[in-house]
Design a protein around this ligand. Structure first.
Ligand SMILES: NC(=O)c1ccc[n+]([C@@H]2O[C@H](COP(=O)([O-])OP(=O)(O)OC[C@H]3O[C@@H](n4cnc5c(N)ncnc54)[C@H](O)[C@@H]3O)[C@@H](O)[C@H]2O)c1
Length: 259
């Protein structure tokens, strides 16, 4: 894809201050898209905005809760106000609450349902309305997870929300494909982000043991796949989920967390 492949396109990326979302926003901006970065953490968001601008990217930021439908409606409206349109919507923000089913609390489940599902559904709703009004198609991308494909210890409820996103991407084809709007999902495997590295100093070492390619997934691996799905080249791909995990789901061996 050329450096200017996204020139004139306007993107929204939720959870874009760090990790996978930041890398998707950065790569889109590098290739000419105007990007609205959302995150709950306004301080880190400002740093992300400054970094992308330093690299020459055209971007704005909107701090807020991507799991709140009212806020999502305002986020889409603000994007149109700033950049005039919306072509690409990436529902990246997600929440992980690891827990056994024996210990899960209603608040843990509710927070995952709110952000992972409600946030994604309502970004799709308001972005699709805008795209349909514009009349020249668009791209909606959801961030699923390998835990939505394979069972994983203490991730049954998180995995359930991520599996639902695959069906959301597929089901939306019925309503949106005729408008030229593609709806797809990416399922990252264990990915080195600020959160995963801070949560476990051995994160990389452990996952290398059970990842067939011999390395863990990096945000750029997910961003490269995202950019392709968001590009004009992927116009005929919709309703699909692409797993980016170095082959982990082929074997699904879980690392030994006891060492
Ligand atoms: N990192 C992984 O190993 C991995 C694996 C599979 C799937 N995923 C999924 O990929 C996505 C990104 O993961 P990550 O590890 O890069 O991100 P993360 O969990 O570290 O969060 C990224 C950003 O989202 C923001 N955020 C949190 N709650 C928010 C909210 N309510 N509204 C707006 N922003 C909010 C955070 O402040 C953070 O800057 C998530 O949906 C996650 O479930 C990640």
């Amino acid at each position: 894809m050329s450096d200017n492949g996204f020139k004139g396109k306007v993107a929204i990326v939720t959870g874009a201050a760090t990790g996978i979302g930041f890398e998707i926003a950065r790569q889109l901006a590098t290739r000419g898209a105007s990007v609205m970065l959302n995150d709950l953490d306004s301080e880190v968001l400002q740093k992300a905005l400054a970094r992308i601008r330093e690299e020459g990217g055209d971007c704005e930021s909107a701090a807020g809760d991507a799991g709140d439908p009212g806020y999502i409606e305002r986020l889409v409206a603000k994007t149109v106000e700033c950049f005039g349109r919306v072509d690409l919507a990436v529902a990246n923000a997600g929440l992980t609450r690891f827990s056994s089913i024996l210990d899960i609390e209603p608040s843990d489940l509710q927070s995952m349902l709110d952000l992972n599902l409600k946030g994604s559904v309502f970004l799709a709703k308001y972005a699709a309305r805008q795209m349909i009004g514009q009349g020249d198609g668009g791209r909606i991308l959801f961030m699923s997870s390998v835990t939505g494909h394979q069972a994983h210890p203490d991730a049954v409820c998180y995995g359930m929300t991520k599996a639902a996103l695959r069906m959301l991407a597929k089901g939306l084809v019925v309503e949106l494909a005729g408008h030229g709007i593609t709806t797809n999902a990416i399922s990252p495997g264990a990915t080195t982000t600020e959160r995963t590295l801070a949560g476990d100093a051995q994160f990389e070492a452990k996952w290398i043991e059970t990842t067939p390619t011999g390395r863990v997934t990096a945000p750029i691996d997910i961003a490269s796949t995202a950019l392709w799905l968001l590009s004009p080249e992927a116009a005929q791909i919709t309703g699909q989920t692409i797993v980016v995990d170095g082959g982990w789901t082929a074997t699904s061996e879980v690392p030994n967390f006891s060492h």
